[in-house]
Design a binder for this molecule. Structure first.
Ligand code: NAI
Length: 267
């Protein structure tokens, strides 16, 4: 198990100094923000996403230090390719941030009784099984290097539910269960696992969904009001929490569900 890093915690050394971090969903939103933040904090990032053009843009802004691997978290072959590429280039994996995910992929809110199999299945395949699949592939490499830290992305909706979004809420509840299981199994291997439960964050996942609703302006006002801070979060505010959990400044934190929600769960 990695010990507490006082140098990093007090800012005398970058939080992820010398670490190799795999980030899925790196081409957009929270994953993209984390790619910038983790790199600035000393990590060497391996970025993974199915969105080729988004990864190309990331490569352009990060240069040769960034290894960008195109692939889909629903494919075992693609995930195996990600781990092989990371190990071939860097020899180990210290950090995994599972940020790849899809939002409410139906065009309109769907109550449980209206939710078709394909929406349910596609949402679970990416959000739940994708997190499982990438974690399963990375854990042995992480353990071989003496341990590491996994940070997953759930949602306040995985704790509180949301009318009209059963597939998404269920997928995120499952991510919390996966994380706690990894935390238990990973402890003897030196692996910590924690999960973030963000409120509504201003990324394409939300900004492309709100206009689909009947009254987008009112929907935005309602969503903002659902947070005690009265606004949406920014992707870097979630990436910042991920950065701390991924670092040895959080050496005694495992199995935690951390809301990064502007007080959504209190309102
Ligand atoms: P985003 O839509 O901006 O980025 C998601 C990224 O994941 C995209 O680059 C996309 O190409 C990639 N992706 C999607 N499916 C994939 C697949 N099958 N294989 C590989 N890559 C795939 O979304 P955002 O907001 O950055 O979300 C990141 C994570 O945070 C997701 O798991 C999301 O559920 C979670 N989250 C987001 C919240 C929000 O309000 N934006 C709130 C709570 C959680």
């Amino acid at each position: 198990m990695r010990s507490f890093d006082a140098e990093a915690a007090t800012g005398r050394r970058p939080l992820l100094h010398g670490k190799v971090a795999v980030i899925t969903g790196a081409a957009s939103g929270i994953g993209r923000s984390a790619t910038g933040l983790f790199s600035a904090a000393g990590a060497t990032v391996v970025a993974f996403d199915r969105h080729e053009a988004g990864l190309a843009a990331l490569r352009g802004s990060h240069g040769d230090d960034l290894l960008a691997v195109t692939g889909d978290v629903t494919s075992n072959d693609d995930v195996a390719g990600l781990v092989a590429a990371a190990l071939e280039r860097h020899g180990r994996i210290d950090v995994l941030l599972n940020s790849a995910g899809v939002g409410t992929i139906a065009d309109v809110p769907q109550e449980v009784s209206d939710t078709p199999d394909d929406i349910w299945q596609r949402t679970l395949d990416v959000n739940l099984s994708g997190t499982f699949r990438v974690s399963r592939a990375v854990i042995p490499a992480m353990a071989a290097g003496g341990g590491g830290a996994i940070v997953n992305l759930a949602s306040v909706l995985g704790l509180a539910g949301l009318a009209g979004a059963v597939s998404y809420s269920a997928s995120k509840g499952g991510v919390i269960a996966i994380t706690r299981t990894i935390a238990l199994e990973g402890a003897p291997l030196g692996i910590r696992a924690n999960v973030l439960a963000p409120g509504f964050i201003e990324t394409p996942m939300v900004t492309e969904y709100l206009p689909k609703l009947e009254d987008p302006e009112q929907a935005r006002i309602d969503v903002e009001a659902a947070h005690a801070l009265g606004r949406l979060g920014q992707p870097e505010e979630v990436a910042g929490a991920a950065l701390w959990l991924a670092s040895d400044a959080a050496s005694f934190v495992t199995g935690a569900v951390l809301p990064v929600d502007g007080g959504y769960l209190m309102v």
